[in-house]
Design a protein. Structure first.
Length: 541
């Protein structure tokens, strides 16, 4: 049972500023790391025979719980509608046999189907997306990828801000297009674009950093190696040194699965930058890699260390989580794992500490962002669950969550708001009142909308933090949700916070542009006077 990274899963990666990077249809499966050496089947039996003639017991529930919860959290009967359970149970049995495990006694498959169907709802409950009148208006502006490729299928996988340019309050946008294999920057005010020859096929995330210590900015790139989910060795980590000048391309990690995210930090305190990479992979590939930058006599090189072999890592933001002066990182692992974990720096070893575990393997994790949301001096985790590219179903729990840091590496999960297909949530003070609000965007596949007619959707929303830590929901865009990548910036240089959202096209015929800007008007708007480019809230309608 699986989900998407946010595109990391459908084939991308779920989602960074990015996540439209690669949908990665997570295929799930039994955890290979827990599989024992292949055991012996009963003499004269076969896998097919065991599957079809599993031991019958008077009460099948204990065996079902042991078998179906042997690789991951026990799937809840409430996570799929009744008619879907035949297919989901069949997939679960297939994943088990493909995993190589032989230590569990499979129950009779038909009994498992009956057990789940007897407890499942006829249909899943759809979320309530009621909103209030917006306190501010946002003007919508489209930015095409370029004049020659507007008819090509595009998937913006990363949208980030670069160093400020004149005027000082304005930023250029750093953009990667996963399907097109393009990396470029653009000035949202002037509209000019600069494309960089990075030699990439499917860039999922791009980070601006001085990795080689020459005081010139480089681009650190996560390479998926395929636009759609697959197990292969074409993923990698690429460095484009001095990308604004005499660009030099260097491969730091290759022959691995689909890389969804990369971050640079000095993990060993030796004065240079190391790299942590999230290998989303798919079914049989995946993991976490630490690339240690070692100074060599002939220059510098990178030594690779594999820290984890699970499939599904999406994001790996860096912070000193335990306050010991050494940089750690936090990872979101999707697929059937659905966990947020800290990797605490203990020298050249890292201690894995669980922070949050979803109660169901089809939860649909899509992204995390670190922020001191409540201003108490520690790092909280803004977490989203909205991947619908596996089952093509909107789940009742899909939405924006805050994992609040309570100290001692203990985090309390709180759902802030429901949002079908949410792929990115960012903390930002959109109304300039001194506290952290939340901007979020969503991407819902057309097939999911067809499977659940009447599903309420919103594309971009603003959750305004009011007194007492409460939130008021405002709709910035209620167009079809096609955004898995988003960032905050001052795009027009007027001193307030605007939004840029990447657009994902499921087919060539749907592709018209690659970016949308939502420019903060900075003042209350009378609904009757709104121009057509400004999207009022659903309540205003």
């Amino acid at each position: 049972m699986v989900n998407l990274p946010s595109l990391c899963r459908f084939g991308l990666s779920a989602g960074h500023v990015l996540l439209l990077a690669g949908l990665a249809t997570t295929g799930g499966g039994c955890d290979r790391s827990s599989a024992p050496a292949t055991g012996d089947l009963p003499e004269g039996s076969s896998v097919a025979a065991v599957q079809s003639t599993g031991a019958r017991v008077t009460d099948p529930e204990p065996q079902i719980r042991t078998f179906c919860g042997g690789c991951h959290a026990l799937p809840s009967p409430q996570s799929f509608p009744r008619d879907d359970w035949y297919h989901e149970v069949q997939r679960g049995f297939d994943f088990y046999y493909q995993s190589g495990r032989r230590d569990l006694q499979p129950p009779v498959q038909a009994e498992v189907v009956r057990w789940y169907q007897s407890r499942a709802p006829a249909r899943l409950q759809l979320p309530d997306l009621s909103a209030t009148a917006a306190a501010r208006s946002f003007a919508r502006r489209e930015i095409a990828a370029d004049g020659k490729s507007v008819d090509a299928s595009v998937a913006v996988s990363f949208v980030g801000t670069l160093s400020p340019v004149a005027p000082a309050t304005q930023s250029r946008l750093l953009v990667s297009e996963m399907n097109a294999g393009r990396i470029y920057s653009l000035d949202p005010a002037a509209g000019d674009q600069i494309e960089y020859a990075a030699g990439v096929q499917n860039p999922a995330a791009v980070r601006e950093v001085d990795l080689d210590g020459d005081n010139l900015l480089d681009l650190l790139i996560a390479e998926l190696g395929s636009p759609l989910p697959a197990d292969h060795d074409r993923g990698g980590v690429i460095l484009l040194s001095d990308y604004r000048g005499a660009a030099r391309r260097q491969v730091l990690l290759e022959d691995v699965g689909r890389i969804a995210d990369v971050r640079a930090a000095d993990f060993d305190g030796d004065g240079d930058m190391d790299v942590v990479a999230a290998e989303f992979g798919w079914h049989t590939t995946g993991g976490l890699h630490l690339l240690w930058q070692d100074r060599m006599a002939d220059g510098s090189g990178f030594r690779s260390q594999r820290l984890d072999s699970r499939s599904g890592p999406i994001h790996v933001p860096v912070t000193d989580l335990d306050g010991d002066g050494r940089l750690d990182f936090v990872v979101l692992v999707s697929q059937e794992h659905e966990v947020v974990e800290a990797f605490l720096n203990r020298g050249e070893q890292f201690e894995r500490v669980p922070l949050f575990a979803a109660p169901d393997p089809s939860w649909g994790s899509s992204g995390i962002e670190l922020t001191d949301f409540d201003g108490d001096g520690d790092q909280d985790v803004l977490y989203t669950a909205g991947d619908a590219f596996d089952s093509y179903l909107i789940k009742p729990w899909h939405g924006i969550w805050l994992l609040r840091n309570e100290g001692g590496l203990k985090f309390q999960a709180q759902q802030i708001a429901a949002l079908p297909g949410v792929h990115r949530a960012l903390a930002a003070d959109l109304d300039q009142d001194g506290d952290q609000d939340i901007a979020a965007c969503a991407m819902v596949p057309a097939r999911a909308l067809q499977a659940q007619p009447g599903t309420p959707t919103q594309s971009v929303i603003w959750l305004e933090q009011t007194s007492g830590g409460q939130f008021t929901r405002h709709v910035i865009s209620d167009e079809r949700p096609i955004h898995a990548a988003m960032t905050v910036l001052d795009a027009d240089g007027d001193g307030d916070t605007d939004l840029a959202a990447g657009c994902f096209a499921e087919s060539r015929s749907e592709s018209r542009f690659s970016l949308l800007l939502f420019l903060n008007a900075g003042q209350p708007a009378a609904v009757a006077a709104l121009p057509s480019a400004v999207h009022e809230s659903a309540a205003d309608r």
